[in-house]
Design a protein around this ligand. Sequence first.
Ligand SMILES: Nc1ncnc2c1ncn2[C@@H]1O[C@H](COP(=O)(O)OP(=O)(O)OP(=O)(O)O)[C@@H](O)[C@H]1O
Ligand SMILES: [Mg+2]
Length: 330
Amino acid sequence: MTTSPPTPHQPALNAPLLSIRNLRLEFTGQGRTVYALRGVDLDIAPGEILAVVGESGSGKSVTGLSILGLHGKTATVTGEALMADTNLLALDAEALRAYRGRRIAMIFQEPMTALNPVFTVGYQLFEILGLHAGLKGEAAERRAIELFQKVGIPEPALRLKSYPFQLSGGMRQRILIAMAIAAGPELIIADEPTTALDVTIQAQILRLLREINETEKTAIMFITHDLGIVAKLAHRVAVMYAGEIVELGTVAEIFETPRHPYTQALLASVHSAARGEKLHAIPGAPPTLTALPAGCAFAPRCKLKTDACEKTITLQTEQRRAWRCIHRLS
Ligand SMILES: Nc1ncnc2c1ncn2[C@@H]1O[C@H](COP(=O)(O)OP(=O)(O)OP(=O)(O)O)[C@@H](O)[C@H]1O
Ligand SMILES: [Mg+2]
């Protein structure tokens, strides 16, 4: 049984683009239940870049996937993901299709698997333009070339005729970004979109996403385990641990005055790595999501642990910051 308490709402924005409330996701199978998301509350403002960070298995990907109903059949989702007054989690498959790709687009880590190997990239982009923008024939081709130019693909008319295997990883990711922005979405959910790329290409793709955010005012939910990327790219940060958001704040707040011991430990590991010291890994491992401890899930690994931490967990807020810890740091 999960023991996490009911979660009070995190500080609200005036007019969020997307409001996630008490999002819970459970996978059931083989006689056990995985509590993958345990009451996530999160607002994304129009035009903001929100980074979602945390160790492997903390629930970053399933947060993005569940918003669009892509969590798979073995999962049960409850809570709300509100866009205007519509709860996306309550929509049937057909109604959700009006959002997916059109108002919310997704970009994944591995561009090769997201593209169909047997069709040209042009054909795949035309399909999206037909479906979401009602464009066909020459109009679709003109728009496709424009989109390829926008994402920095040289010789766009020629490249439309390429198959995915004829392109580099960086080019394929640019094509997926072109597809993602084709319908002018209000939000892009990007799940580790640069992890499979080398460092130089990674920097170029991050610059491109930043440009899209600035010129198109597209909000981006950027999922990553890389705090270096967060510092360069994001406006706000949500830190996840064991299926919960343990801290939420602006980039400056998170990096300069982290208030959750887990955020502090994550930052310490990055700082020591940057100084060339041995990586200061956080001792211990995240809890198994089938059998969670009472109270704070980070307590078993936390230097500040007291008896109270094992019984209770407190959400503290200050304006738009929030952190889930009974201690008061910085
Ligand atoms: N289909 C599934 N069935 C059962 N458990 C799942 C399934 N998909 C994800 N999980 C579990 O849900 C938890 C959250 O997974 P998720 O993929 O969101 O992690 P993540 O933070 O994205 O990690 P990573 O950094 O490795 O991508 C993990 O414990 C994972 O094992
Ligand atoms: Mg993931």
